[in-house]
Ligand binder design. Sequence first.
Ligand code: CDT
Length: 313
Amino acid sequence: MTRILTVAAAQLGPIQRDENRASAVARMIELMRQAKGHGADLVVYPEAALTAFFPHWWIEDEDEIDSYFESAMPGNETAPLFAEAQRLGIGFHLGYCELAFEEGRKRRFNTAILVDKTGAIVGKYRKIHLPGHPEHRPDAPFQNLEKCYFETGNLGWPVWRTMDANLGMMICNDRRWPESYRSMGLQDVELIVLGYNTPKHNPPAPDHDRLGNFHNQLVMQAGAYQNASWVVGVAKAGLEAGVDQIGGSCIIAPTGEVVAQAVTEGDELVVARCDMDLGKSYKNSTFNFAKHREPEMYRLIVERKGAMGPEGG
Ligand code: CDT
């Protein structure tokens, strides 16, 4: 019997600075209802989906910083999203900014959760690759202060068995790094979901700007193919508080092919029926890790020994 998971990528257009969570959640619920109409089992929302992407601004006031974080999930404002998902019998993935009290102190993470069709949180991931810079750059057109506002994620890359499939998560910048995919590929992941907030302009390297959409797709298609997994990447797109962000939310098959893609920079749903067994032939042939992968050889190469003899290359 085939294992079809119908997945909806729920791209969000910009959330402006003065838009409250209730409004953002209402937009997400509208997309969730559309997804249900398409027979979706799982809806994937963007990174930090509840507010404008505040790491683009320098904020000094601690209370103001905290106001962009959730100290409970679900909390008062997100409870309607959970209730609707439960009513519709649909799972979802949500990126948000998490305020935690751990090890006797306040901690802030860029977090994502996986919620099953009963409304239960079955998985949590905290972003590991935090891009940008920790210090205020007053001369830059906008900031990229994730290193200032978040701690590095401390939960690794687990893979969860839920909805009859092996699911994993990463967040935005993680998608540019092969080890994010590989860590889950080694756990037989079948579907990786992620959200992103990616400015069209990269102030430290403006010559990369023309390639923003290409690189977005390149890394996710490569990660999907090399690990024989579905990858679903979902943007918060468009002009948000003066920062223009790419769209291009897409659903990518384990073949590396894009099977569905958003065409706007606003709220938009794209849906695909994803066969969770589609990656099997790749996992059993080209990417049979047990047969063809030689971790010991990689270690020797890194240590500049190995294939080229004890003198190194
Ligand atoms: N949110 C996030 O991680 N954004 C980064 C911007 C980096 S600029 C190349 C991203 O990788 O999309």
